[in-house]
Design a protein around this ligand. Structure first.
Ligand code: HEC
Length: 162
C-alpha cells in the first residue's frame, strides 16, 4: 500500500514536470533572428511609412518592395531621402499623392546602411554607395528644393549622377 502511494507520488511529480516543461516550451519566445546590417536604421527611419516588410501602407504610403523607383538606382533613392518627395506619382501600379519630408538630418553612414539594406531586401543594384558617396551626393544636391514628382528626380539624376 505504502509502495503504491510512493509510485503514485513519483508519477504525479513526473507528470507535473513534463507539464511544466511543455509550458516553458510553449511560452518561450522564438529565438530572435539577429538584425541584418542596416535593418535597425531602416526600421528607425523608414518603416513607419514604408512598413517593416517594405509593402508600404497604400493608399497613403507607397511600397519599396516591388517599386520600379528602386530601378532608378541607389543615387535616386539617396536623393529622395536627402530632398524629400511630393506630388502625384505612380508606384507599382497605384497612384499616390503623398508627401515624404526631407530626411537630410540623417548622417551619411546611416543613409548608406539603409541603401545596403534596401539593396539586399528588394533590389540588386550593381553597387551600393558608401557613406563617402552619399556625402558627395549630398553636397551636389545641397541647394535643390523638395522633389516634385518623378520627372524632377530624373532631371536631377542626369545632372548629379549621370
Ligand atoms: C513620414 C513618412 C515617410 C518616411 C519616414 C519615409 N518615407 Fe519614403 N515616401 C513617403 C511618401 C508619402 C512617398 C510618396 C511621395 C509622393 O506621393 O510624391 C515616399 C516615397 C518614397 C520613394 C519613392 C516611391 C517608392 O515607393 O519607391 C522611395 C524610394 C522612398 N520613399 C524611400 C524612403 C526611405 C529609404 C526612407 C527612410 C530613410 C523613407 N522613404 C522614409 C513617406 C515616407
Amino acid at each position: 500500500m505504502k509502495k503504491k502511494t510512493n509510485t503514485d507520488r513519483y508519477c504525479r511529480r513526473a507528470v507535473a514536470l513534463v507539464a511544466a516543461g511543455l509550458l516553458l516550451v510553449g511560452c518561450s519566445d522564438e529565438p530572435e533572428t539577429p538584425l541584418q546590417p542596416g535593418e535597425a536604421q531602416y526600421v528607425q527611419y523608414c518603416s513607419a511609412c514604408h512598413s517593416r516588410d517594405g509593402s508600404g501602407r497604400p493608399p497613403t504610403f507607397p511600397p519599396l518592395a516591388g517599386s520600379e523607383w528602386l530601378d532608378l538606382g541607389p543615387e535616386a533613392v539617396s536623393i529622395i531621402v536627402l530632398l524629400g518627395l511630393r506630388g502625384e506619382i505612380e508606384v507599382a501600379g497605384r497612384t499616390y499623392r503623398g508627401y515624404m519630408p526631407t530626411m537630410r538630418q540623417l548622417d551619411d553612414a546611416d543613409i548608406a546602411l539603409v541603401l545596403d539594406f534596401i539593396d539586399r531586401q528588394w533590389v540588386d543594384w550593381d553597387s551600393v554607395p558608401s557613406a563617402e558617396d552619399v556625402a558627395a551626393l549630398r553636397a551636389r544636391v545641397a541647394d535643390e528644393p523638395l522633389l516634385e514628382g518623378r520627372e524632377a528626380l530624373e532631371r536631377l539624376l542626369e545632372e548629379v549622377a549621370p
